[in-house]
Design a protein around this ligand. Structure first.
Ligand code: MG
Length: 376
């Protein structure tokens, strides 16, 4: 079956371009250049030492935010290529999608947000990602940041949610009220497939639940598992689980491809401008895949995210992040340059937040030991 949405592909010749115009490259198009700039950014390399869900230490095989990003990239590229969308734009967006994540996963993000609310501000990792690619990365002589194309910056701003008109005047350039192109829309669901199945994999490896309990809670998994067990009766439980998991990933990815194709076909759209003006997002799962996705989420919430080890780790890391935030608020002179200079000019909490958000888990722990950990 041909599932092409070619007419809705973002036509790369129509990019709104870069903030600082640059001559074209002889053999890479604009989105390939963006992809390469993301991969060469420091913030991208730091993803290696940022927790996804399970912190390193217990096992060398748990995902970190970098390996998670690679999984999102391969899933979303598969979806984009089957649907005949722009694979390079999709890849650049996938590689950038978590670049603004602070240390310690969602616990870190929530804690930074909680601290910023005390000053009437917020911390949002998408907006932080935008500031990274717009100004924090300093490696090019001609411009600050990575000077990415509009479409990649827009995808970063609209990752996982739309932007409403008037919501944030700083983001008025990014077409509030309009949907991003399909290439950006599918990243959110590719992200969801990647982290749900990876958390199931890592949770199983960590011994948090049995294969049977997954089968009892996720209906499609039980059907797949039965097929796999009948097909390979001599294989170990672990191999049965992994074989069933990869088939589950296939089912979800196919569900994303078919669901998006059906929604876009039913909407009778002509081009990317119609995608932008459509009242809702078109990237979606089929009803079957949506049910699996929901059952998986539910299972993970009960058996992984609320497990004792994860909650303890969360408490420890939240306390460390909070202690460090407090320390630099009281001692801005201990911030490294150029943060120290910035703290002299603007609100200290903003500078402290930017500094901490950029840290890896390991760097935060070391900095905590050097500062709060030492007697004052
Ligand atoms: Mg992600």
């Amino acid at each position: 079956m041909k599932l092409s949405l070619r007419g809705l592909r973002f036509p790369f010749g129509q990019t709104r371009g870069r903030r600082y115009p640059e001559p074209p490259h002889p053999y890479r198009n604009e989105f390939q250049r963006d992809r390469d700039r993301v991969v060469h950014a420091r913030a991208f390399r730091r993803l290696e030492d940022k927790t996804q869900v399970f912190s390193a230490g217990l096992s060398d095989h748990f995902r970190n935010r970098l390996t998670h990003t690679l999984e999102v990239s391969q899933i979303s590229r598969t979806v984009a290529s089957v649907l005949d969308l722009d694979e390079q734009l999709t890849e650049a967006l996938a590689l950038a999608h978590d670049i603004g994540h602070p240390p310690f996963a969602h616990a870190g993000e929530e804690e930074l947000d909680r601290r910023m609310r005390q000053f009437g501000e917020r911390f949002d990792h998408n907006l932080h990602a935008l500031r990274i690619v717009e100004s924090f990365e300093q490696r090019y002589a001609r411009f600050p940041g990575l000077n990415l194309t509009f479409e990649v910056r827009e995808g970063i701003v609209k990752h996982s949610r739309d932007l409403d008109p008037g919501e944030n005047p700083e983001l008025d350039d990014y077409l509030p009220g309009l949907r991003p192109p399909l290439e950006a829309q599918l990243i959110d669901l590719a992200d969801e497939i990647a982290y749900n199945t990876a958390d199931l994999d890592d949770g199983f490896a960590a011994g948090l639940f049995s294969v049977e309990s997954v089968a009892a809670s996720v209906p499609s998994f039980s059907v797949i598992l039965e097929t796999v067990s009948n097909q390979f009766p001599g294989a170990s439980e672990r191999v049965h689980f992994l074989e069933a998991l990869r088939r589950l990933i296939d089912l979800l990815v196919s569900g994303l491809i078919e669901g998006t194709f059906a929604a876009a076909s039913e909407a009778h759209l002509r081009d990317v401008e119609d995608v932008r003006r459509f009242p809702g997002r078109l990237a979606c799962f089929t009803p079957e895949a949506r049910a699996i996705d929901a059952a998986l989420k539910n299972f993970l919430r009960r058996n992984v995210y609320a497990s004792e080890g994860i909650l303890e780790e969360r408490e420890r890391s939240t306390a460390m992040l909070s202690g460090l935030f407090e320390f630099f608020l009281r001692h801005p002179d201990r911030l490294p340059s150029p943060y120290r200079e910035q703290a002299g000019e603007g609100p200290v909490h903003r500078v402290v937040c930017d500094y901490i958000a950029g840290m890896t888990d390991g760097f935060l722990k070391r900095t905590f030991q050097r500062t709060v950990g030492e007697p004052e």
